[in-house]
Design a protein around this ligand. Structure first.
Ligand code: IPT
Length: 955
């Protein structure tokens, strides 16, 4: 006997996409038909289950005066009702498709509106929901008009017959969990709510229904062909091209093509009897040809990012300005492509991609990743009952977005295993739109797709694929390759992307990749700064795996983005300082270099002494030219000299101001003269202390106490760093994960045994053995101090003992400076942080920063802030010169405190600034999801010797 009586909520667990809505159609940015935004403050009531309340709230007379209010668009869990949940791929509920838990937070929304004056009385009206997570039932003026699933897709309802001039009551019941949740297991916060616009559209009689703009480009003839198919007949005009044709009719004229580099759009109008809709037409042809993805006859190289929609306060409810900021930041960082991971974005984002120029892989709202936990058993994409829902999703994406020139690839979804449903989607899409390629990474044999795509493949495998030695099916062997995800930007990193880019540029078959991912999904939070998984007490969560972007949550570029910008710069400048020439190569696929201006500058000891214009011919894509630098300026010599060449925007563009830096390179000319320090003074033993030139040491321990008037504490060898997310690695990584292994070995608790303090004629020598308890491995460390009377020189010699199997996190010295240390000046790499495999963007010059400014605020604290190739640094009244160049780090807390912190708010400044002067650093890699640091960036224990000269800065 069954007691399940509430059939009124059966739709929640129904595999079907919904009922009552209109067929999907093209979205357009503007029309002369009236519309009314229903965004704003809505009445809101949260219930713990789907059926806790009946539907009486939908009635016109219902009084919701005592309900709370929420902003629409928005997520109620970010507005004080319930909390967000973060899981990567685990479903936060028992897996029993299509059933969902009884505990199903349900938000009843109620909004009353009047029609504006002069709202036309003829025709009909459509109510459009651009995005609701995850399932909604809708009533207008008490009439149930339908229900839908498909969170990041539009749903429209015909409502003209229900409207009245004033006091319309729109009631929307939104369930957090539904059958649709099984299809939406993307790695992100679960955020229920009406999170995209709600709009009422007048539909005039004879108005536009669906239309498809076909605008191709013949790159041989330079001709564009336009045909607009429209459900309702009308005329198409593009004044800029003198086009005036009927819908369904083709016209071919000379045009300038659309590319992401040259986003030429032609404004036009589609006019039917009852409506005029704005068109923005870009002519371009996407093709799979010679095993390559080509646009307008030219193979593309994607320099891409995966973009989730994110705002630290509003979640996935993005406003136009935030979207524009994303696009401008991408363009300014040389990014040319976006994968809309893992769902179609707010439609206005695609308008911006058309306008500013970005290649788009538009991905469907589909992921069933959690089924991997049960070897993909019961996966909805391989179960015919779900196929209508999958086809509905495919159609809603394609129909909505098909008129965007920026969209060059359709992606079926992400991490959904394999199955007949995916094949059905691909077949449907191909039938509807054969003018773009189809992508799905999970289709390893490329049965349904046009691109061989992988995620996180390591460098060696990418090279194998580039060489065509990867085997695979016959079909796959004939396809281009992309990395739809690589360079996992979690915490400090990603490392090794320059090495990937080198491979991408070496093999035609490899058409680039998309960094995972664009922005950290941290939630602004009073307690923590930015919250991540677990901070809301979730019973299952994946911690800070949700913070793995090139932007911090507030959209400040992280060092990873600065690095990526340099790695993918569209102009290659390779020079030889000695022979005075530079080879400039145009790395664009379509544009010449006319938008850029080139400058040279000449530095002595990091300071620019002369600069001028470098004239570079307007090279066509792929072309190179050798350009002569001027004769090096004459004048006093003796310092280290180098050239810097920059390519900047020659004039303001739509996305960046004149002088914006696009690409650069540096070439050394004469090397740094090494400092000779005569060893004139010898150590002198006094009352409890040893003096040597300006320095004083503890007589018993040989520990440095001061240099002139500067107190120094705790100077000693240091090998520890607060493991980065990439050091720690993801649990499923097959390779060695050094973070946990370092800790197991005890590198965070090294003991320093003092073996001797020796006073020689010209040197103080302190011998130690540095080793962790319980282990036989050690670093024999000798500190040899000498002085010329004013300067103090330290040479550290390190000899590993025992069977070392791991690289060291770092190798150098650390020391504490007491008192008020405000900042540092240095000559070396900057302005930002760099590590062995993240230092492409480190520019050699003179830099300065506050101590706070030296910190990189990773959402989960970890090693950060090293400056590379430092010749000298001035900090806290000391000047330190290194031989050879060194890595410099300074912070107001120790590495141990940094290691222990969970959020930046755990880091409290003490009275000491801790300075690390490193001879070596372990590379960063990308092992939080991907390969670790390449062997050449690993810091393998080996005998080492390095020197620092200290002097007090006076004045
Ligand atoms: C890959 C997912 O596609 C992506 O959504 C994200 O979760 C990323 O990993 C890691 O941040 S899946 C990968 C674990 C094989």
């Amino acid at each position: 006997m069954s007691f399940r009586t509430t059939s009124a909520i059966d739709y929640v667990e129904d595999v079907s996409p919904g009922s009552g809505s209109l067929p999907p159609r093209a979205r357009y940015a503007s029309s002369d038909a009236r519309s009314l935004s229903l965004n704003g403050s809505w009445r809101f009531r949260l219930s713990p289950t789907a059926d806790a309340e009946d539907d009486s709230f939908a009635a016109e007379g219902f009084d919701a005066g005592d309900w709370a209010e929420v902003s629409v668009p928005g997520h109620w869990v970010l507005q004080g009702h319930g909390s967000p949940i973060y899981t990567n791929h685990l479903y936060p509920f028992p897996v029993d498709p299509p059933r969902v838990p009884t505990g199903n937070p349900t938000g009843d929304h109620r909004h009353t509106f009047d029609l504006p004056s002069h709202w036309p009385s003829d025709g009909g009206a459509v109510l459009r929901f651009a995005g609701v997570e995850s399932c909604a039932r809708v009533w207008l003026n008490g009439t149930d008009i339908g229900e839908f699933k498909g969170s990041r897709l539009p749903h429209e309802f015909a409502v003209g017959h229900l409207l009245k001039p004033g006091g319309n009551v729109l009631a929307v019941r939104v369930h957090q969990w539904s059958a649709g949740s099984y299809l939406e297991d993307q790695d992100q916060w679960w955020l229920p709510g009406i999170f995209r616009d709600v709009t009422l559209l007048h539909r005039p009689a004879g108005g536009v229904l669906d239309f498809f703009v076909h605008a191709s480009y013949d790159h041989v003839e330079g001709l564009g062909t336009l045909r607009v198919d429209s459900d309702v007949d009308g005329r198409v005009t593009l004044p800029g091209l003198d086009i005036d044709v009927a819908t369904g009719e083709s016209v071919t004229v000379p045009v300038r093509p659309w590319t992401a580099e040259t986003p030429q759009l032609y404004d036009g109008v589609l006019a039917t009897e009852g409506e005029r809709v704005a068109l923005r037409v870009g002519f371009r042809t996407v093709a799979l040809e010679d095993g390559l993805l080509k646009v307008n006859g030219t193979p593309l190289l994607f320099k891409g990012v995966n973009r989730h929609e994110w705002h630290p306060e509003r979640g996935r409810a993005l406003d136009l300005e935030t979207m524009r900021e994303d696009v401008l930041l991408m363009k300014r960082h040389n990014i040319n492509a976006v994968r809309t991971s893992h769902y179609p974005p707010h439609p206005a984002f695609l308008d911006l991609c058309d306008e500013y120029g970005l290649w788009v892989v538009d991905e469907c709202d589909l992921e069933t990743h959690g089924f991997t936990e049960q070897d993909w058993r019961d996966n909805p994409v391989d179960d015919d009952r779900w196929t209508p829902a999958l086809l509905d999703r495919a159609a809603r994406m394609v129909e909505r977005d098909k008129n965007h020139p920026s969209v060059v690839v359709w992606s079926l979804g992400n991490e959904a295993g394999t199955g007949r449903g995916l094949t059905a989607m691909a077949e449907w899409i191909r039938g509807r739109d054969d003018s773009r390629l189809i992508h799905y990474e999970g289709d390893i044999d490329c049965r349904d797709t046009d691109v061989y795509s992988r995620m996180y493949a390591d460098h060696a495998e990418v090279e194998t694929i580039g060489r065509g030695l990867d085997g695979g099916t016959h079909k796959r062997r004939g396809l281009p390759f992309i990395l739809c995800e690589y360079g996992h930007a979690m915490g400090n990193g990603p490392g090794g992307i320059a090495d990937y880019q080198h491979l991408f540029e070496s093999y035609d078959r490899i058409q680039g990749g998309f960094i995972w991912e664009w922005i950290d999904h941290g939630i602004r939070d009073e307690r923590y700064g930015f919250a991540y998984g677990g901070d809301f007490g979730e019973e299952l969560h994946d911690g800070n795996f949700v913070c793995d972007g090139l932007l911090f949550p507030d959209r400040t570029p992280s060092p990873g983005l600065i690095e990526y910008k340099k790695v993918i710069e569209p102009v290659r400048i390779v020079g030889d300082g000695a022979d005075g020439t530079v080879r400039v190569t145009n790395g664009y696929d379509f544009a010449d270099l006319s938008a850029l201006a080139f400058q040279w500058s000449y530095q002595v000891d990091g300071e620019t002494v002369e600069a001028g214009v470098l004239s570079v011919p307007e090279l066509a894509p792929g072309e190179s030219a050798d350009v002569k630098l001027p004769d090096p300026p004459t004048g006093p010599r003796g310092g280290e000299t180098q050239w810097t060449v920059r390519a900047t925007l020659a004039a303001d563009t739509a996305w960046g101001p004149k002088d914006h830096l696009v690409a650069w390179a540096q070439f050394p000319l004469s090397a740094r003269p090494l400092t000779a320090v005569a060893q004139s003074d010898g150590p002198v033993l006094g009352e409890g202390q040893i003096t040597l030139g300006p320095a004083a040491f503890d007589a018993r321990t040989g520990a440095l106490r001061s240099i002139g008037g500067v107190d120094v504490r705790g100077l000693r060898l240091d090998v520890w760093r607060a493991p980065t997310d990439n050091d720690n690695g993801a649990a499923w990584q097959p390779d060695q994960r050094f973070g946990p292994l370092w800790r197991e070995l005890g590198l965070h608790r090294m003991q320093h045994r003092l073996d001797s303090v020796e006073l020689g004629d010209d040197a103080l020598t302190v011998r130690t053995r540095v080793a962790p308890a319980a282990r036989e491995v050690a670093l024999r460390t000798v500190y040899r101090w000498t002085s010329d009377g004013t300067r103090l020189r330290l040479t550290v010699s390190v000899a590993p003992e025992g069977d070392w199997r791991l690289p060291l996190p770092r190798l150098g010295i650390r020391l504490g400076l007491a008192g008020s240390v405000h900042g540092a000046r240095w000559f070396g790499g900057g302005p930002g942080e760099a590590y062995p495999d993240t230092k492409s963007a480190s520019m050699v010059g003179r830099w300065e920063s506050t101590i706070d400014g030296l910190q990189t605020p990773y959402v989960r604290p970890q090693e950060n802030g090293a400056r590379a190739d430092v010749r000298w640094v001035e900090i806290g009244g000391l000047r330190v010169e290194g031989e050879p160049e060194f890595w410099f780090t300074a912070r107001r807390w120790t590495s141990e405190q940094l290691d222990a912190a969970e959020h930046p708010t755990d880091l409290l400044a003490g009275d000491t600034v801790w300075v690390n002067l490193d001879h070596g650093q372990q590379g960063i890699g990308s092992q939080s999801c991907g390969p670790g640091a390449l062997e050449q960036y690993q810091l393998r224990p080996a005998p080492a010797e390095f020197t620092f000269h200290f002097s007090e800065i006076h004045g």
